[in-house]
Design a protein around this ligand. Structure first.
Ligand code: NAD
Length: 420
């Protein structure tokens, strides 16, 4: 089997292409091509049976020229320093494209959370937070959910961080994480934000191509937070879900799958496998399903030299980070498949995280319709910036998205200069 692409190499390939096209100042290129800070922590946690296990966690801070570091935390057995570097770098580009005053960071722990009890997960999370110490903070570096982390984990991180502070400072710092439960300072709409942002991007694409989304078909890989929200929101627009793949397997029903019913099933059975309203299919059949749109919403390196030739879709909307490797990218471009790149497509999460952060700082609580409206405006503007750059430079949307981000960052560095 071919070795998986190292996703930090994917970032470098994408970055090099954009910097060549836009002729980024070589000094700024040197700065942005490197991460600012990389922290690896090893920490002990007491298990339910009183044994002690050692864990390895990471936090990588890529760049903070536009504002505090911002980015999710991932719990997965494949987490490693290069993956975290890549994800941190993409966060910088995302905020720059969307005009949000944040930099880029990412973190995670290398372990399979499914193998641990809830109380062990809580202790792992709290001890990791303690190990990170002052390397995170509400005005410095603000984590959020990512793969296998959720609002409960954010609540534990916030509680641990606040417990280490003086009582006078605690309520000033609830914005140390975003994606919290609503009652603990979270924002309405954060749960669905990434999926909602993906759907708003698809709406922009449909607008530009004069396509009616009512009646179009789509397939989704990954049915966790992001994938299940995309599916539920697209169905509200009249689109038809034909196939879903997750870590447990893949299912298909050309008559249409009801995403809400599938979501209920997944909540109980922890995967799509065994869902009785659809037929089980294999990985190859899933990728070959004929549909209008494919939404990868699982992990990186899914659209590769092996799977890209199978795709029979018009558009790929990258909800996951880094789902397409450089070989896969070449094939889909050659086959004329359009693509909304991850750093544009899945930015809804960081946008509503920014709204949550603002609400916490101002002790405000915004209504959902206000949040959705503001999110839509941000996505429309970001999408148009990328679309214009694609026309101006005559490049694909991924390269155009990089150019938008790098142009903003280049300007900031030139205005501020390099200390000393
Ligand atoms: P999640 O943990 O809620 O769901 C992950 C899904 O991927 C699950 O359905 C899992 O079964 C599936 N999966 C895992 N391995 C797979 C495999 N080998 N083949 C097929 N499916 C597999 O995670 P999420 O928060 O929905 O994140 C999904 C993607 O979206 C990630 O790339 C993440 O970085 C990205 N993302 C998430 C957010 C967010 O707000 N949560 C924001 C931006 C981007």
């Amino acid at each position: 089997m071919k070795k998986q692409t190292n996703i930090y190499e994917t970032v470098t390939t994408q970055f090099e292409r954009a910097t060549d096209v836009m002729k980024l100042d070589p000094n700024i290129k040197r700065i942005l091509g490197t991460t600012n800070n990389e922290l690896t922590v090893h920490f002990p946690v007491k298990m339910d049976d009183c044994s002690v296990e050692m864990f390895t966690g990471y936090r990588v801070q890529h760049n903070d020229a536009l504002g505090p570091y911002k980015g999710g935390l991932r719990y997965h057995q494949s987490v490693n320093i290069d993956e975290v570097r890549a994800l941190a770098t993409w966060m910088t580009w995302k905020s720059a494209i969307m005009n949000i005053p944040f930099g880029g960071a990412k973190g995670g722990i290398q372990f399979d959370p499914d193998k641990y009890s809830i109380s062990e997960l809580e202790r792992i999370t709290r001890r990791f937070t303690f190990a990170l110490g002052d390397n995170i903070g509400p005005e410095y570096d603000i984590p959020a959910p990512d793969v296998n982390t959720n609002s409960q984990i954010m609540a534990w991180i916030m509680d641990t961080y606040l417990s280490t502070m003086s009582p006078h400072d605690r309520n000033k710092c609830v914005h140390v994480v975003t994606g919290k439960p609503i009652e603990s300072g979270g924002s309405l709409g954060r749960d669905k934000a990434t999926g909602q942002g993906v759907v708003f991007n698809i709406i922009q694409w449909a607008r530009d191509n004069e396509i009616n989304l009512n009646g179009i078909s789509y397939i989704v890989q990954g049915f966790g937070n992001v994938g299940s929200w995309v599916a539920r929101l697209l169905n509200e627009l009249g689109a038809k879900l034909l196939a879903v793949e997750d870590a447990s397997g893949a299912v298909q029903n050309n008559g249409g799958i009801d995403p809400s019913s599938l979501n209920d099933y997944v909540q109980i059975h922890r995967g799509v496998q065994g869902y009785s309203e659809a037929e089980a299919i294999d990985h190859q059949t899933f990728f070959g399903t004929k549909a209008d749109v494919f939404i990868p919403a699982a992990l990186e390196n899914q659209i590769t030299a092996g799977t890209a030739p199978l795709l029979n879709v018009r558009l790929i909307a990258e909800a996951a980070n880094g789902p397409t490797d450089p070989e896969g990218d070449k094939i889909i471009q050659k086959n004329g498949i359009e693509l909304i790149p991850d750093i544009l497509c899945n930015a809804g999460g960081v946008i509503v995280s920014y709204f949550e952060w603002l609400q916490n700082k101002r002790s405000e609580f915004w209504e959902l319709d206000e949040i959705d409206q503001k999110l839509l405006r941000k996505i429309e503007n970001g999408y148009d910036r990328v679309s214009n750059a694609s026309k101006n430079y005559n490049v694909d949307y991924r390269t155009a998205a990089y150019i938008v981000a790098l142009t903003r960052l280049e300007k900031v560095y030139k205005e501020r200069g390099i200390f000393p």
